[in-house]
Design a protein around this ligand. Structure first.
Ligand code: MTE
Length: 317
């Protein structure tokens, strides 16, 4: 498909974190006040009234280690991709208006019995833990964050897919009245992503409900998002309200828009450039440091086996 839309996250590596933005944030941080301070305070107030707030902080699972510092919240919380709320990185204020309660997650498709469950009931049923994960965007910036959540495999067990099911498909809410970005008719809303069931059962596949030891802020995809850290960040769909099990591979949001650049698998590989920029290195958010990108974002020991019989597939973008 040859739609040429200017998408905020499709920028060359050299521009992935513009220096001016970076320096401006440093100045704001140094001042210790200003917009970031206001947004953090607003978030803290919203989180105090969160019906699941007592579940945080969850115990950290030491199996998931980082090779770098955790990205400060002031950076990760003010540099987001969330097209439902605009194409800039500063979507926190707009996203904070999304009503995340009540929030029902619908589970349907090839399952023993379709199910609807309130988010807070789901969170209380699941084994919550904290994990430190790297997070690598296809735009060639990265961060490292302490997510709280539960293994996707636990949700699959709750859903009970039938023997025919081969894929799990996750949909973001659709409500243009709350999410102005969804009025842009040329995007195939709702945002949809998918994994094979084998990927969904991998230990690393994580459903996220919190970050930094607190309930998830709206800009990160509250109340429920995915984290699959061996893949480019666009696979990690936010604000999920429907999960469908299918036999056919789904057409995902970015694949539907530009299949030549964003495929189904989207595994991180420094040697396979995006058609318009290199993926060899990444800019670390918060420090500006350039680091070499790692195959599978450094998670090969967990996931490489998933792909050994799939070498004819376009696994890397
Ligand atoms: N999910 C929805 N619903 N809408 C989006 O625009 N952007 C994706 C992904 N999930 C996106 C989404 C992209 S491109 C990335 S890199 C990550 O979210 C960014 O997650 P973060 O803002 O928490 O860093």
């Amino acid at each position: 498909m040859l739609i040429k839309i200017c998408r905020g996250w499709e920028i060359p590596e050299s521009e992935a974190t513009p220096e001016a933005v970076f320096l401006n944030r440093r100045a704001l941080m140094a001042g210790g006040a200003g917009l970031i301070g206001a947004s953090v305070i607003g978030r803290a107030q919203a989180q105090a009234s969160d019906p699941s707030a007592d579940l945080y902080p969850a115990k950290r699972n030491a199996a998931y280690k980082l090779d770098r510092e955790i990205t400060p919240e002031a950076f990760s919380g003010d540099y987001n991709n969330y097209y439902e709320f605009g194409t800039s990185k500063s979507v926190a204020a707009a996203a904070s208006k999304l009503k995340t309660r009540p929030w029902t997650v619908k589970i349907d498709g090839l399952v023993e019995a379709p199910l609807e469950i309130g988010f807070d009931d789901l969170a209380r049923k699941m084994p919550l833990e904290e994990r430190l994960y790297r997070h690598r965007c296809v735009e060639a910036w990265s961060m490292a964050v302490p997510w709280t959540g539960f293994p996707l495999a636990s949700l699959v067990a709750l859903a009970k897919p039938t023997a025919d099911a081969r894929y799990i498909v996750m949909h973001t809410f659709k409500d243009p009245a709350q999410a102005p970005g969804q009025k842009a008719f040329w995007y195939p809303w709702p945002y949809t992503e998918g994994l094979t069931l084998a990927e969904a059962h991998n230990d690393l596949a994580f459903m996220v409900t919190g970050i930094y030891g607190k309930p998830l802020g709206n800009q990160f995809g509250a109340p429920l998002r995915l984290a699959v850290p061996w893949k480019y960040g666009f696979k990690s769909v936010k604000a999920i309200d429907r999960i469908t099990f299918t036999k056919e591979r789904p057409k995902t949001f970015w694949e539907a828009l530009q299949a030549s650049e964003y495929g189904f698998w989207a595994n991180v590989n420094p040697e396979v450039p995006h058609p318009r920029w290199s993926q060899a290195s990444e800019r670390v958010l918060g420090t500006g440091e350039m680091r070499p990108t790692m195959l599978f974002n450094g998670y090969g020991e967990f996931v490489a086996d998933l792909y050994k019989d799939l070498q004819t597939e376009r696994l890397w973008a």
